[in-house]
Design a protein around this ligand. Structure first.
Ligand code: SF4
Length: 613
């Protein structure tokens, strides 16, 4: 018999671990929070709102880490086995949400827990071990300061755990790299520095055994779910993106698209790469040549996913040469390739692997290296303090060398870059902040918004800083809008953000969202729970989640001034590509912001009024 209440498709229990006192508590899930904020990102944000004091240092014991599964986790719904982390980011100093593939979510929920709340700070390196009802805080000094794969292998060997989610070496430095991530097998929560928050609590890993608890959770309408899944798989297979392109090339498909649309930036957003410049090199054709086709691919893909967007590749250089691993995502291929002037998958694969072993976010790494290379190009760096050989555009050796320097905070430059581009530009000075590409401290991703203005509003209003995942407008803008206009962008961005908030709360993979439409979501949620959603509920719940997350940011002091775009995007026209000469002026972004705030019911400073949450 269940100890707590019964809410279909929820385990009903949250594990609360206090790293300071060693207390481990099993709290009943707040049913109203689950109904209102669903799971994953929304539910995590709701708990964080209660538990996180505004103004605290993200690397102090006062910070809180929350991991949440969703009502789809572990139910057998395709491509829905991810889970979400929320915390306060040491990179941006505001709210952070970040999801991950891998096995932690499914194993945790099948063990009888919807999520974990981690507070305080242990007196030495520890990992949390979970095997059904048995939860322990164990010594992790034997893996402190080790690379990601070594940590995972060592803890698995010692504990017998099936899943080990951990940080790498860069999190364990006395001053952790501010964009250190958390790694579940070959999948990760890269953005925003969750790994540094782990380390600040002396937490190295979470290890979970795949012990399945009988009746850990129950499904409301099992036969309805089976029928729905039967229909859904047909749609996923016939959808061109989820049935054909992603299985073949993974997210690299967007390399071709961005180059064709003239929005693929290069050399720290100084230039645009067009399709002929990348054809056969870092486009899908170039990627296809790298895929090790005879290798079993289950170790690079998420559980129960028919899309299988991950591909096996093998680095041809660097410390991990010859060892099969997961191929880069598009954003990584851009940041560690095009953004540093390299159009060669041999390099990108090795650089990706190095970042994943040090345990640092590939987008931020490519962002800070591109920034440093431009500083060197412009003569802003003291030649006595830096090695110019490591700051040459287009050099694989240079980028691999810089990854190592950042990963261990070596030398003056490696140390300042490890704090992110916003902080580094302040230390370098000489107006370098004009080409420090970030929003709210988070380095920008791969879509140059000067050629697709909705992505400008996306970066400006994304809840964790510059992020493409919260409202990816590219396809809609080129199909249904004028991409270099403010017209209609506020509504477009808000609509996608609200939908994505719900998908991240259920949790549905970003890629699968191309086939899992609102109609499917309603059928699925009403099969696994008794919530009785209608299609229009999705927008209402999504807006509720987004408003709450914005409050988490505004109570830390975020206002409209923080929603502006980097100087380069607002002041320097695009060079190259079909939208050459365009920029999003401050007037343009302010116009879109005011329309967007109005639609959300926020005031002119972008602050939600208390009656809309
Ligand atoms: S599409 Fe890719 S990232 Fe998404 S669930 Fe499947 S394997 Fe994981």
């Amino acid at each position: 018999m269940k100890e707590f209440f019964m809410l279909y498709s929820y385990a009903g229990v949250i594990l609360v671990v206090n790293m300071t006192t060693g207390e481990i508590e099993k709290q009943p899930l707040n049913e109203q929070y689950a109904r209102d904020y669903v799971g994953g990102r929304g539910l995590g944000a709701r708990y964080l709102y209660d538990l996180l004091k505004p103004g605290i240092d993200p690397l102090s014991a006062d910070n809180v880490i929350i991991m949440m599964t969703g009502p789809f986790t572990g139910t057998g719904i395709y491509s829905c086995q991810k889970y979400e982390w929320v915390s306060k980011s040491p990179l941006t100093n505001i709210y952070l949400c970040s999801n991950s593939g891998g096995k932690l979510g499914v194993n945790l929920k099948r063990s009888g827990y919807d999520g974990i709340i981690i507070k305080g700070k242990a007196d030495g390196p520890k990992y949390i071990y979970i095997d059904g009802d048995n939860v322990e805080i164990r010594d992790a000094s034997f893996v402190w300061g080790k690379m990601v794969s070594e940590v995972q292998n060592s803890i698995k060997e010692k504990s017998g755990a099936d899943t080990v989610v951990c940080t790498g070496l860069s999190a364990d430095l006395p001053n952790p790299v501010k964009f250190a991530g958390v790694y579940d097998g070959l999948r990760c929560s890269g953005r925003g520095g969750l790994g540094a928050v782990f380390a600040s609590k002396n937490l190295k890993a979470i290890a979970v055994n795949s012990t399945e608890k009988k009746d850990a959770f129950q499904i409301y309408d099992l036969s309805g779910l089976k029928e729905t899944l039967h229909g859904l798989i047909q749609d996923m297979k016939t959808n061109a993106v989820t049935g054909e392109q992603l299985p073949k090339f993974g997210s690299i498909i967007w390399m071709d698209t961005t180059a064709e649309f003239g929005i693929l930036p290069s050399k720290n957003y100084q230039e645009i790469l067009t399709y002929p410049e990348i054809e056969g090199k870092i486009d899908t054709k170039g990627f296809e040549k790298e895929v090790t086709k005879d290798e079993e691919s289950s170790f690079v893909n998420c559980l129960n996913c028919p899309i299988k967007s991950g591909h096996v590749v093998t680095p041809d250089r660097g410390e991990w040469a010859g060892k099969p691993t997961k191929g880069p995502e598009f954003e990584t291929a851009w940041s560690l390739g095009a953004n540093v002037g390299i159009i060669d998958y041999g390099h990108i694969i090795a650089a990706n692997k190095a970042c994943n072993e040090y345990g640092i976010d590939t987008i931020s790494v490519g962002g800070v290296i591109g920034f440093a290379m431009e500083c060197y190009q412009k003569g802003l760096l003291d030649k006595n303090k830096v090695d110019g050989n490591l700051l040459r555009w287009g050099s694989s050796e240079a980028v691999l060398g810089m990854i190592k320097k950042i990963g261990i905070r070596e030398d003056w430059l490696g140390d300042i870059l490890a704090d992110g581009v916003r902080s580094a530009s302040k230390k370098i000075g000489h107006e370098s902040e004009k080409f420090a590409l970030h929003v709210k401290g988070m380095e920008v991703p791969a879509y140059d918004p000067r050629g697709v203005w909705g992505m400008g509003l996306t970066y400006a209003t994304s809840i964790r800083g510059a992020c493409h995942l919260k409202s990816w407008t590219v396809a809609s803008e080129f199909q249904n809008f004028d991409p270099i206009s403010t017209e209609g962008k506020a509504g477009l961005v808000k609509g996608i953000q609200d939908l994505r908030s719900v998908l991240d709360s259920l949790i549905v993979c970003f890629f699968a969202g191309r086939a899992i439409t609102k109609d499917w979501i309603v059928k699925l949620i009403n099969s696994v729970t008794d919530f009785g959603w209608k299609v229009e509920d999705i927008d209402t719940i999504g807006a509720r989640i987004y408003n709450l997350e914005r409050l988490l940011a505004t109570r830390e002091g975020v206002t409209m001034k923080d929603d502006l775009l980097p100087y380069r995007i607002m002041e320097e026209p695009l060079t190259g590509g079909q939208s050459e000469g365009t920029r999003i002026t401050q007037e343009n972004i302010e116009k879109m912001l005011q329309e967007y705030y109005d639609m959300r019911g926020w005031n002119k400073e972008g602050i939600p009024t208390s009656d809309i949450v």
